[in-house]
Design a protein around this ligand. Structure first.
Ligand code: GLU
Length: 376
């Protein structure tokens, strides 16, 4: 018997990604469920006040836009869905803004494609922007950039996008607000004996069978099978995932009060996963020679600053793996560097705050951030 619950996962989480599905946000006539969204915003502000960083992944653009354009025959052609998204996304952003304004909370719109997630410099830029927003207490509201995500849009579901976003920001919890309570042992609409599973620690083939076939019904795109796929990615990244029925008002407050849900419980943290990924990386593109003071600082979990670097070897770009070499020639650690080789050479031995003047641009506050390095 396990004591893990969705409530404890949410309580412990420092950074939470909340995915809001179209079927909750937009009613059958294509109108926004304004009161419901206001109740979600109140819940999010409460989580925020409790010190948590919150990222929203919101669907609803296509659902909000298609009636405006008079598209009413299913299935929609790709360009019809894209045109609908272009119209609906503005309305969606406006709805979020007016509701969060009343809480004096800044929201920020970010539209991403799968490509943005797979291209390293674009991924790093998106991550840094979101980090900066979260540091300032803003709430990023993310959707897929549907008008350009051509291959994605037909099958594109925000469950998967939300998982990738959770990974990118190092979230420790992902909540999928959906129109179902969670994962059942069988389809509850057709089987009276179906039971809700409250906690899943391992996604076994048996669990996958319970998810049944993919659903493309209703207003949104994701079915239970896509949610299980999302859970696999989340757990592998050290992020717990919760599925709950968000249809009633204040769904997050309800969840915290024990509303029915399924928790996919992560057994590691996003930082542990990131560090073991960096530990497993091979073939560094270059080396940073560091002094004894830097070695001591790194051992206590600090970032590597330019002041501790005595020499730079190799040709590496920003984001590449570099080795840390101590004064005795031993490799003591490795990490993903925030400056390329030429810039690293220019700022070595100097204070990070001098880097702006030396390089002529404002870069990262460390040569290698503490979350991007491991000692070997
Ligand atoms: N990105 C789509 C939209 O905003 C929704 C995708 C989904 O429902 O998962 O309309």
């Amino acid at each position: 018997m396990t004591s893990l619950t969705s409530q404890s996962a949410v309580k412990q989480a420092k950074c939470i990604v909340i995915k809001i599905g179209s079927s909750l946000l937009v009613n059958a006539t294509g109108a926004l469920n304004q009161d419901w969204l206001a109740s979600v915003a109140a819940d999010i502000v409460a989580l925020h006040t409790a010190g948590k960083k919150i990222v929203i992944v919101s669907s609803g653009a296509i659902a909000l836009g298609r009636d405006v354009l008079g598209y009413n025959k299913r299935p929609f052609r790709l360009e019809e869905a894209q045109a609908s998204a272009a119209v609906g996304q503005i309305r969606l952003a406006q709805a979020y803004q007016s509701i969060f304004d009343s809480h004096n909370t800044a929201i920020a719109q970010i539209l991403l494609t799968l490509d943005d997630m797979e291209n390293r410099p674009r991924y790093l830029n998106a991550r840094n922007t979101i980090d900066a927003l979260l540091d300032k207490g803003a709430v990023p509201v993310i959707n897929e950039n549907d008008t350009v995500a051509t291959s994605e849009i037909r099958f594109g579901d925000n469950d998967r996008l939300a998982t990738r976003v959770a990974q990118m920001v190092g979230a420790d919890a992902l909540i999928l607000l959906s129109d179902i309570d969670g994962l059942y042992t069988a389809d509850p609409r057709t089987n009276d004996t179906a039971k809700l599973i409250t906690c899943v620690e391992n996604i076994t083939p048996e669990i996958e069978t319970m998810a049944g076939p993919p659903s493309i019904q209703g207003v949104g795109c994701g079915g239970m099978i896509t949610k299980i796929g999302a859970a696999k990615i989340a757990l592998a990244g050290g992020c717990s995932m919760v599925i709950t029925n968000g249809q009633a008002a204040n769904p997050l407050a309800r969840l915290q009060a024990g509303e029915a849900s399924t928790l996919f419980a992560a057994t590691s943290t996003p930082l542990d996963v990131r560090r073991s990924w960096i530990r497993g990386m091979m073939a560094p593109k270059g080396s940073l020679y560091i002094d004894d003071g830097a070695v001591d600082a790194l051992k206590t979990g600090a970032s590597l600053l330019a002041a501790g670097v005595t020499d730079v070897k190799g040709g590496f770009n920003r984001g590449d793996l570099v080795a840390f070499v101590a004064t005795d020639g031993a490799t003591v650690g490795q990490g993903l560097v925030s400056y390329d080789a030429a810039d690293s050479a220019q700022i070595k031995g100097r204070r990070m705050r001098d880097a702006i003047e030396i390089l002529g641009y404002v870069g990262r506050s460390a040569l290698v951030h503490r979350n991007d390095l491991v000692m070997l």
